[in-house]
Every structure is written in C-alpha cells, then in structure tokens.
Design a binder for this molecule. Structure first.
Ligand code: SAH
Ligand code: TMP
Ligand code: ZN
Length: 407
C-alpha cells in the first residue's frame, strides 16, 4: 500500500518494472560498481486519477551540474518551442503592459530565447547548472534552483508577480505537486496563466509506450488528474492542446478560478478520457499485459538477430531507452553500441545494462544491419536525414506502438 502523492488516498501499485538506474545517468566504467538503483513500480489512483511512480530517487541524484539532456540538440524541438513561445505571446501577452514570464526547467534556453529576442522580461528556473550555463551564456536570465513554494515567495519579493508561468517536460518531474501548485497560486498575477506540457497518459496507454515511465517522470498526466490537483489550489483548467512532441504530449493551460473563459476543448478531453477508460483500474491491468507482450517480442527479436550474427545498433541514447533496456533484459551482446549526438553521453555507458554510447559519426561510418530506434519520438526528423541508411539496405526496428522491423 502507498499513499497517493496528490490526494493521499491509499492505493496499490499495479506494475513492477524491477530495479532501475537513473535514466539519464550515463556512466564511466569505473562508476559501474557504485551505480544507484531504485525499485520502479507504478500506481494509479482511482480517486484523483493520478498515474505515478511509487518511489522516485532524490531530485539531486537526477538534476545536477552534469545533467545529460540538452534540449536544443533537436532542430524540431527548437521549432516546437518557438511555436509554444508565439502561442504565449499572441494569446496572452497582447495588450499587457511589460509582461513577465517565468519558465521552470528552462534547460539550455530553448524556449526563453524567443522571449528574450522579443524583448520580454523573463526568468528561467533551472537547477541543472551545466544546461543553465548554456542559457546564461546567451544572455537568457536564469537562476539555478528547484522550484517550490518557498522559491515562489522569494521570486515574488524580488521580481513581482508573473503574467505567465510556462513549462515543458518538467511539471511531471516534480513529486510534491501540491507544493508546486501552491507556489503557482502565489507567483501568478490574479489574471496570470500557468501552462505546462508533458507526455500524455492517453497516448501512453494507446501506444503501449511504457518507456515514458522512468525516474524523472514521477507522473504521467491526464486532463482529469491535473485539473483535480491544481483545482485544489484555486487554479482552473481553461484549455488543453494536444502536441505531437515526445510521442504524444498535452499542453494544459490553467488560470486563477473565474479569471478566464474556459475553452470547450476541456470538457471534450475529459469526456474522451472517460471513453478511453483512463479512470478504470482494468485499463492499467491491460496496459501491464501489453507491456509484457512488447517486452517478450522485442527480446525475442534481438535474440534471433544476435544468433543470426546481425549487427544491431541503438539510435538515440534517450532517457526512455533506459527503461526499455533494463525492463526487457537486453544485454551488450544484443546491441553493439548506441549512437548519440550528445557529447556528454559519448564514450560513456548506458545506465544499468552498460551498452557503450558512441558518437553519431560511428553509425555513419560503419552502418549496422539494424538500427533500433530508441528516439522514436524524433522519427520524422531522423528518417528525414537517414535516407542513405535505408537506401543501402539498413533496417529500422521500432517498438512503439508495437515491435516490428520497418520494411
Ligand atoms: N523544458 C526542456 C527541458 C526538459 S528536461 C524541454 O522540454 O526540453 C527537465 C528539466 O527540468 C531539467 O533541465 C531539470 O534540471 C529541470 N527541473 C527538474 N526539477 C525541477 C524543479 N523542481 N524546478 C525547475 N526545474 C526543474
Ligand atoms: P529525447 O527523446 O529525450 O528527446 O532524447 C533524444 C536523444 O536522442 C538525445 O540524447 C539526442 C539523441 N538524438 C540523436 O542522437 N540523433 C538525432 O537525430 C536526434 C533527434 C536525437
Ligand atoms: Zn490520488
């Protein structure tokens, strides 16, 4: 038994992924012996709708001066965040006097740079120093702290209230959502807006994309669960906008109760979530069975290719791949190396299973028979630039929504 982080009801985990390392914890050989593992179990709360990890490692183990995820490495994500910034400026800043925007988890400045260029007052709150330094070097104002209620109070004292608080792929990382929501209620102007986008539960269930579940993602949100959680703190869901990023995300827009008109999109999505069964325990039982079937299929395929002497290389040392590799029991003999463009990951080993991570140039110079597409959420961008691999007979293996070799 475990108490729901959001509403405190007693709930039971429904799935155990076993011991898991830090998803972005790429490591050197000499660090293998001391690698940290936690038990990754997930639970669904049928009272408030929150889908959550039972245990999450301490934030300082995941977000620090050697954080391995640099947002701006993806061109498509740069375009995405420009559009997100335009959405905020056009829909919420028009007519406001000298608006102030705060972003949580602003990383290397991928979104805030657009506000800076447009001349808006802005502040990034980014605890991982190394990625924050990249933003600061570009003149994007950034402080390296973890957001919480106490910080919200300090920000108000120092900078005043915010017209908009924006986030992407960070709200679902913070376990004490009640504390954050209380902080938002403090930080926002009475007519301010809060918005965040994160991987969407409806997509994860529909696609069996269980690799969304890893240490950082303490929640996989739905409109049902976020409106419950933030509603407790005087914030109301005023709009929802589906996104294709990260394999299916949702942008949620909140405002102090009664301050903004509510889009009909909200009721429509809540209704759709009921129709999909996101409120029912059986849905998660079925999800667990789907994950087990996916694991059997992927492991079986990699075993067969290994026996046939085929060369398989992983494409993208994503945080998500840590869940897939560890949950499926994949070993270094199945995958020669994982190709990745991030310098801080190269020359290291993948968390838990210790497959070498090599620079992308090695993939180009010595293409394998099969590329296992760990970065499946970037498939469009990747297929655009890997035409030559396919033309030369290279094959792609994907596992979302099902395990298959793309012909
Ligand atoms: N917004 C970027 C980065 C997402 S990665 C994007 O979508 O690409 C998540 C980021 O949130 C990391 O850079 C991490 O350091 C930061 N983070 C984690 N906990 C946080 C907290 N409590 N407050 C603010 N940022 C946090
Ligand atoms: P993400 O799925 O968390 O966004 O991480 C993507 C990872 O994949 C990141 O480490 C960079 C890597 N990557 C490549 O190596 N090549 C690519 O073309 C893309 C888009 C990503
Ligand atoms: Zn709950």
């Amino acid at each position: 038994m475990f108490n729901c982080r959001v509403c405190n009801h007693q709930i039971e985990p429904f799935m155990d992924f076993g011991p898991m390392p830090i998803a972005n914890g790429f490591l050197k050989k000499e660090e293998f012996a001391e690698e940290y593992f936690f038990r990754m179990e997930v639970a669904f709360c049928d009272h408030c709708g929150a889908f959550q990890l039972v245990e999450q490692p301490d934030a300082q183990r995941m977000f620090h001066e050697n954080y391995a995820f640099f947002s701006s490495l993806s061109k498509h994500m740069q375009i995405h965040f420009k559009a997100y910034a335009d959405f905020v400026m056009e829909r919420f800043f028009a007519g406001r006097k000298d608006p102030f925007v705060v972003e949580l988890g602003s990383n290397d400045g991928i979104m805030l740079r657009n506000f800076k260029e447009a001349g808006y007052r802005h502040l990034g709150v980014e605890p991982s120093e190394n990625v924050a330094d990249v933003a600061r070097a570009q003149g994007i104002q950034t402080i390296s702290e973890f957001f919480n209620l106490e910080l919200a109070e300090r920000l108000v004292a120092e900078y005043g209230h915010a017209d908009a608080v924006i986030c992407a792929n960070v709200m679902c990382h913070i376990p004490d959502i009640n504390n954050v929501a209380a902080g938002m209620a403090k930080l926002l102007k009475p007519d301010g807006v809060l918005m965040f986008e994160d991987p969407y539960l409806g997509d994860m269930i529909a696609k069996t994309s269980y690799d969304q579940i890893y240490d950082e993602h303490v929640y996989i949100f739905s409109a049902t669960s976020v409106s419950w959680a933030f509603g407790q703190h005087g914030l109301e869901l005023i709009d929802v906008l589906p996104q294709v990023t990260h394999g299916g995300s949702m942008r949620y827009v909140f405002a102090p109760k009664g301050s903004h008109a509510i889009s009909p999109n909200v009721a429509a999505l809540l209704e759709k979530e009921r129709a999909q069964g996101l409120h029912k325990a059986e849905t998660y039982e079925q999800f667990r069975r789907n994950c087990e079937a996916s694991r059997t299929a992927l492991f079986g395929l990699l075993e067969r290719l290994h026996q046939e002497g085929k060369r398989v290389v992983g494409y993208g040392a994503t945080s998500k791949s840590t869940t897939v590799l560890n949950y499926c029991g994949i070993r270094p003999e199945h995958i020669e190396f994982i190709s990745d463009t991030t310098p801080i990951k190269q020359g290291k080993y993948s968390p838990g299973v210790h497959i070498p991570v090599r620079p992308y140039e090695e993939f180009k110079q010595n293409p394998p028979d099969y590329a296992l597409l760990f970065a499946w959420n970037h498939a469009v961008e990747i297929f655009e630039k890997e035409g030559a691999f396919t033309a030369d007979g290279g094959k792609w293996i994907t596992f979302v929504p099902e395990v298959r070799v793309l012909e």
